[in-house]
Design a protein around this ligand. Structure first.
Ligand SMILES: NC(=O)c1ccc[n+]([C@@H]2O[C@H](COP(=O)([O-])OP(=O)(O)OC[C@H]3O[C@@H](n4cnc5c(N)ncnc54)[C@H](O)[C@@H]3O)[C@@H](O)[C@H]2O)c1
Length: 261
């Protein structure tokens, strides 16, 4: 018996990075997986790989900022696989900019994807979950939703909003047996961070991240598996930080204490 046998899981951003590995691991644990991504080719590739390995999956090429598409996604997931147990929303963008350098148009795009889509996902998945006795919602937020970093105004604001939505949903639907948590990674080795590699990346990690290894997409997917499982039944409304200790430090610039002696 696998951990998610008979369960149906919908994952956005499933074509790349943390979304792709999450789809793969949930499928390996027995779940039927709806792979959602705006990129049709990569969504299909993830679903095809799962099916080729003997798992159950279906690809959905949709933009999760489109309300009608999100509503139809959950209707189709339930029509195809019979129920809905877990919704894990990962798709997002992470641009730079301050209050002055960010255009209002770009600000609204980030808020639409990194915050509004979290609201839309909850709005349309919860009624399906209630029909079958409950479920789990996981929102990929990030530590910038807890406190901002320089030059990331719209991203930090949208992620902070997504975290607040997470808490509201957790409070409002706990008595319906629905849990809702945010996963907050620090720096993760995914295609989103291509272009920030080699020496610059190493210097960044050495300075800001206490743990002496690069956090991988699989570390985040493993956290999601735990949070979606019954073992986490008492955890709801939380920001689960998965960042090798970065956010725990007030003044960053890591030095090994023993090296100071
Ligand atoms: N990588 C990191 O270091 C890190 C850290 C903290 C938080 N995050 C957050 O994690 C999430 C995913 O990060 P990743 O590193 O796996 O990124 P990624 O770029 O590898 O994957 C993101 C996926 O989302 C899809 N996508 C983009 N816009 C979409 C839309 N409108 N509708 C549907 N799909 C869409 C993309 O096609 C892509 O496949 C983002 O929300 C990001 O802000 C990333």
């Amino acid at each position: 018996m696998k951990r998610f046998d008979g369960k149906v899981v919908v994952i956005t951003g499933g074509g790349s990075g943390m979304g792709k590995i999450s789809c793969t691991l949930f499928a390996q644990e027995g779940a039927s997986v709806c792979v959602v991504d705006i990129n049709e080719k990569t969504a299909k590739a993830t679903a095809d790989e799962i099916i080729a390995a003997g798992g159950k999956a279906k690809a959905y090429a949709i933009d999760i900022t489109n309300e009608a598409a999100v509503e139809a996604l959950f209707d189709d997931a339930v029509a195809t696989f019979g129920r809905l147990d877990v919704y894990f929303t990962i798709a997002g963008i992470s641009p730079v900019g301050t209050a002055v350098t960010t255009s209002y148009e770009d600000y609204k795009k980030v808020v639409a994807l990194d915050m509004d889509s979290v609201f839309l996902g909850s709005k349309y998945c919860i009624p399906h979950m209630i029909k079958t006795g409950g479920g789990v919602i996981l929102n990929l937020v990030g530590t910038y939703g807890i406190r901002p970093t320089p030059n990331k105004l719209s991203y930090s604001a949208a992620k902070a909003g997504a975290l607040s939505i997470t808490r509201s949903v957790a409070i409002d639907f706990a008595r319906d047996n629905i849990r809702c948590n945010a996963i907050c990674p620090g720096f993760v080795n995914t295609p989103l961070n291509n272009g920030f590699e080699g020496e610059a990346r190493q210097r960044f990690l050495n300075t800001y991240q206490p743990a002496p290894f690069e956090i991988q997409a699989k570390d985040i997917a493993e956290t999601a598996l735990f949070l979606a499982s019954d073992e986490a039944r008492a955890i709801t409304g939380q920001a689960i930080v998965v960042d090798g200790g970065t956010e725990a430090s007030l003044y960053l610039n890591y030095k090994r204490p023993s090296a100071d002696k």
